[in-house]
Design a protein around this ligand. Structure first.
Ligand SMILES: [Zn+2]
Length: 270
């Protein structure tokens, strides 16, 4: 990171989607190893991608980004339909641990769309970051974290639950992805009303066995009413009857103290 360019958001997004190969992959790796800022940005993009991949109202993709991404995926899949494609053979080298064999198409497409909409948000985050200079040095831990996020997104047995408001005009919504056996949870809220300074939203896992709701993260929406909770600390092995969101004091509460404003239950049979 010596005065040179940092990694582009597009490259970081492609890296997140594990769509980089060969020299590009190596260059990104090397840069990430040396550059805490880009590692931090990568961590944010991974969180954002995970959240945005669940978002319903996705934004249009600029043509260039779409083509570049699609051609990557085309290379990836090894499809032989396009004779004109410049799919140079990837040099054979020892496989890095992170490499995956296949990016599921639906997820990849969702991430591609989400990635294109990320520019503004990521820039805002970048500015905040440079101010805070919160530079985490624990690369390994971050990689493990992001790998877990991706694994959760891909897990066929993960429950995908839409949380909807009962009777509001603005219609705030939330979507949860929950893998009970591992206690892993992603939540994305949209159209949430802003709250007074001393208040925050709190997410709850409501166990199927009737025990008390488990706090699953405190969050505040951004200016556009969006918020996400990524991998809150949760005990593994707790099947959920439902998920709920309440308004609590800013630091969160151990038990829900307000009416549930968002709730949703996994559909039975999943
Ligand atoms: Zn950098």
């Amino acid at each position: 990171m010596n005065g040179g360019a940092h990694l582009s958001q597009e490259d970081l997004a492609l890296y997140t989607m594990q769509s980089l190969r060969g020299e590009e992959l190596e260059a990104v790796r090397v840069h990430l190893t040396a550059c805490p800022e880009c590692r931090e940005e990568l961590r944010l993009i991974e969180g954002d991608l995970a959240a945005l991949a669940m978002s319903v109202d996705q934004q249009a993709v600029p043509d260039g980004a779409r083509q570049r991404f699609m051609s990557r995926i085309g290379d990836d899949a090894g499809a032989a339909s396009h004779g004109t494609q410049i799919a140079a053979p990837v040099p054979i080298q020892p496989k890095p641990a992170i490499k995956m064999t296949w990016v599921p198409w639906a997820l990849a497409a969702a991430l591609a769309i989400a990635a294109a909409g990320l520019g503004m948000k990521v820039n805002t985050l970048r500015q905040q970051l440079h101010k805070q200079t919160v530079l985490l040095a624990r690369t390994t831990e971050e990689n493990v974290h992001s790998q877990r996020v991706l694994n959760l997104l891909r897990a066929p047995s993960a429950q995908r639950v839409m949380l909807t408001a009962a009777k509001t005009k603005v219609e705030p919504t939330g979507q949860a992805i929950y893998l009970a056996e591992r206690g892993e949870l992603l939540f994305q809220g949209n159209h949430l009303k802003s709250l007074p300074e001393d208040k925050a939203y709190e997410l709850w896992v409501i166990p199927a066995n009737g025990s008390a709701p488990i706090p699953a993260g405190v969050f505040r929406p951004d200016k556009s009413g969006d918020a996400s909770v990524v991998m809150p600390p949760l005990p593994p092995g707790v099947p959920a009857k439902a998920f709920g969101v309440t308004i609590e004091r800013a630091e969160g509460s151990g038990i829900p103290t307000s009416p549930i404003i968002l709730s949703g239950a996994p559909s039975s049979g999943e």
